[in-house]
Design a binder for this molecule. Structure first.
Ligand code: PMP
Length: 374
């Protein structure tokens, strides 16, 4: 039976198909490709401490938190995770959420309202864009990493409260936000920076403490950090890290926290295990940097700030063909096309992992050079 909705979806599908923008899910189970597409930056997904952390939490608490955090879903493993995340990042407090997406939704919708101006970098993640819309704040978008443009918007805001949305390391281009310059440019304005460290935590800094902490900006009243547990921390979940008043307010007012079941205990336990592994094996962020430097130099792109490296391609079809050719040659690489690409360009997206061997890195370089023509 066809319905107006299904007919509409078919039209949308034909449009996507004609532009080469259709996406399909592919099962990862059955392959043993060299991976330059996933976000397990530290190579911890199957680390014994991660697996043991998950199993212990599962055995202690069962498969789920069983309720929202405010009802009876707050567990000791949540408190442990929040304490450890705050310790690593130098934040005063932490609050665990179900995903990084939820962390951004929670932070922005609870901290901004129609009496707030949000100044957003043009390349922030979809979760921050959605969150800004949901908050009903006035939103202005500054050109990517353009400090003067951003400061101009902050300076001309009509509200006293201003929230600036940034990523520490941007998820597609892999470049870093000029945090010190931004803070200097908006000094005295009273603006608060919300920095998404999804691609910075575990990656940037000697201990993987993230860009904010590595620049000595942790623990400030005007900086709030969001993070995901699903990339370098090899689990699932998210967190908001910042002043005690921010945490207290989120517990009371962030709808994606209040009305959501608490983070699954196994995910929290796995993330604590990843933090243990990072502490016991402090070579991991350094090895990751070494891998990224080698790959970037070999394909002649600027050395990235973190674990993400981006290679521009002429169009979406060329990008998809390159990904497919790399897969046939035994290497998995990522691909960003509109609408996921912040600047409308199609790109290959390469991510590194601390556990790649030198042989794997060299093979990956050979294949990437072939398929990208670099
Ligand atoms: N922020 C950024 C910058 C991201 O790249 C992602 C994940 N793609 C998220 C937030 C969302 O995190 P999660 O996958 O934990 O929901």
């Amino acid at each position: 039976m066809s319905t107006p909705l299904l007919r509409h979806l078919a039209v949308e599908d034909a449009r996507r198909e004609s532009l080469g923008l259709t996406r399909r899910l592919r099962d990862r189970d059955a392959d043993d490709l060299v991976d330059l597409a996933g976000n397990d930056y530290l190579g911890l997904l199957r680390h014994p401490l991660v697996v043991r952390g998950a199993i212990e939490a599962l055995e202690t608490y069962g498969g789920g938190a069983g309720a929202s955090r405010l009802v009876s879903g707050t567990l000791a493993v949540h408190a442990e995770l929040e304490r450890r995340l705050a310790e690593l990042t130098g934040a005063v407090t932490g609050l665990a959420l179900s995903t990084g997406y939820h962390a951004n939704l929670s932070a922005v919708t609870a901290l901004a309202d129609p009496g707030t101006t949000i100044v957003s970098d043009a390349h922030v993640h979809a979760s921050l864009i959605d969150a800004a819309r949901l908050s009903r704040a006035a939103v202005v978008v500054a050109r990517h990493n353009d400090v003067a443009h951003l400061a101009e918007f902050v300076g001309s805001a009509r509200t006293e409260r201003v929230l600036v949305l940034l990523e520490s390391v941007y998820s597609v281009l892999g470049d870093a936000a000029p945090l010190a310059e931004i803070l200097a440019a908006v000094a005295g304005s009273g603006a608060t920076l919300l920095v998404d460290e999804a691609h910075g935590l575990g990656v940037v800094g000697e201990r993987g403490e993230g860009l904010v902490a590595s620049m000595g900006l942790a623990g400030r009243d005007d900086v709030v950090v969001t993070a995901t547990l699903s990339k370098s921390l090899a689990a699932q979940g998210g967190a908001v890290l910042g002043p005690e008043m921010v945490r207290h307010h989120l517990v009371n007012a962030a709808r994606p926290f209040v009305y959501d079941t608490g983070l699954a205990p196994a995910a929290a336990g796995a993330a604590v295990g990843a933090l243990d592994a990072l502490r016991e094996e402090p070579w991991r962020p350094g090895r990751l940097r070494e891998v990224m430097t080698t790959v970037a130099d070999a394909v002649s792109v600027p050395r990235p700030a973190g674990a993400v490296l981006s290679i521009p391609m002429p169009g979406p079809r060329e990008a998809v063909e390159a990904v497919e050719a790399a897969r046939c040659a035994g290497v998995r690489i990522g691909c960003f096309r509109p609408p996921s690409s912040p600047d409308g360009e199609s790109r290959l997206r390469l991510t590194g992992h601390a556990d790649l061997t030198d042989v794997q890195v060299l093979r990956a370089i050979e294949v990437v050079r072939q398929v990208s023509g670099r």
